[in-house]
Design a protein around this ligand. Structure first.
Ligand code: ATP
Length: 349
């Protein structure tokens, strides 16, 4: 075997070993995330060079240990030389492996949830419209690859974005600018999109849309901790994230994962909001805590993030979203609860 062929075979072994190492907080391995720039064996030393990552020290240490244990014991490996650089501010906007601010956009607020169906898109849309009601210039980017629902909630399902110079012109609905990943693809294809394609789409939607000027861009993320989340964290500095949960224990476990994910990429978390938390009976006007209550606040304390309040379970919330006029636009107790969330976020911006 020639030296070149040998090196190639070793690289393949390294790649399959590193494919087993997941980035802490994410359901993705280092190879799929394209974080490994170089993997070579030089005189018994495994030389691994990574792309810059914005990770706090405990995450770096965890990664170092996991890479070391994945490579130890491989044929010919006696020691490890690991290069894990810190990101430097990017200068070229076409080359942003490190987070680059969006031109003319002051703040970026992702809305995330560990699990699907907790009302994350509902919170994202009502938060964006609530912030606009409070006088801010707002954009809402729907990155929910597996079920883009923002166009329906804003009543612009059939609108098509046009181009504006070399950028995409967002659609304007209820006074906010919006673009959905759904406009770039049809729903069936979403499920076969893989890492690099998703990264490209996320980059385009953040940096090649005519967002400016905006005070805040709200992002509706897919549930969980996958490709879209890591792409977002690599592409844009996050001002503060909002994690949505419902009060059930199963959802809370996932909320912790959501918060951990942002911490793993050094992003600030504004706090956790509790959706579908209580129900006001039409007949007796009493507040019913259907799923139990009181578990989210202590969880926030434990995680060191703010409790952003609770939102009612109310049929009008769903009906109005389906009609394209989210509840916050009106003047009802449920609308007021979402507006109160917007006030809290505005105060943090
Ligand atoms: N507070 C609420 N009261 C009543 N219905 C709600 C409330 N919040 C959300 N819903 C409804 O619950 C369903 C799920 O909400 P939504 O699509 O916002 O969840 P999600 O977490 O974004 O889900 P996914 O991203 O998995 O599709 C929708 O039909 C929505 O209208």
């Amino acid at each position: 075997m020639s030296d070149k062929a040998k090196q190639g075979a070793i690289e393949e072994i390294f790649v399959s070993a590193l494919k087993k190492v997941q980035y802490p907080g994410f359901e993705m391995d280092l190879i799929t995330m394209e974080l490994i720039e170089e993997a070579r064996l030089v005189d018994g030393k495994a030389v691994i060079k990574m792309r810059p990552i914005a990770a706090p020290p405990d995450v770096r240490e965890k990664l170092e240990n996991e890479i070391a244990s994945a490579l130890s014991g491989l044929p010919g490996v006696k020691e490890l030389e690991l290069n894990m650089p810190q990101p430097a501010p990017a200068k070229d906007p076409n080359q942003p492996p490190t987070p680059t601010p969006i031109e003319g956009v002051t703040a970026v607020v992702p809305v995330a949830s560990g699990k699907g169906g907790v009302g994350k898109s509902t919170v994202a849309a009502n938060l964006a419209l609530g912030l606009a009601k409070l006088g801010l210039k707002v954009g809402l980017l729907d990155l929910d690859l597996y079920g883009p629902s923002v166009p329906i909630m804003l009543g612009v399902k059939d609108a098509e974005p046009t181009s504006s110079g070399d950028k995409l012109a967002p659609i304007v609905a209820h006074g906010i600018k919006t673009v959905s990943i759904g406009y770039l693809m049809d729903n069936e294809k979403a499920l076969i999109w893989r890492g690099p394609l998703i990264m490209k789409a996320v980059r385009q939607l953040l940096h090649q849309v005519d967002w400016a000027p905006l005070d805040v861009l709200v992002l509706d993320l897919p549930p969980g901790t996958g490709d879209v989340q890591i792409s977002m964290a690599q592409e844009v500095p996050i001002t503060g994230a909002v994690v949505v949960t419902t009060p059930q224990d199963v959802a809370l476990v996932d909320a912790v994962k959501g918060v951990d994910m942002f911490k793993a990429v050094n992003a600030h978390v504004f706090g956790i909001v509790e959706n579908m938390s209580y129900f006001i009976c039409d007949e007796c006007q009493k507040r019913h805590e259907i799923f139990g209550n009181g578990s989210v606040k202590p969880l926030c304390e434990k995680l060191g993030v703010d409790y952003l309040g609770d939102l009612p379970l109310d049929t009008a919330v769903r009906e109005l979203s389906d009609k394209g006029t989210p509840v916050v636009l009106g003047d009802t107790p449920a609308g007021e609860a979402y507006l109160e969330l917007a006030r809290k976020i505005k105060a943090k911006l």
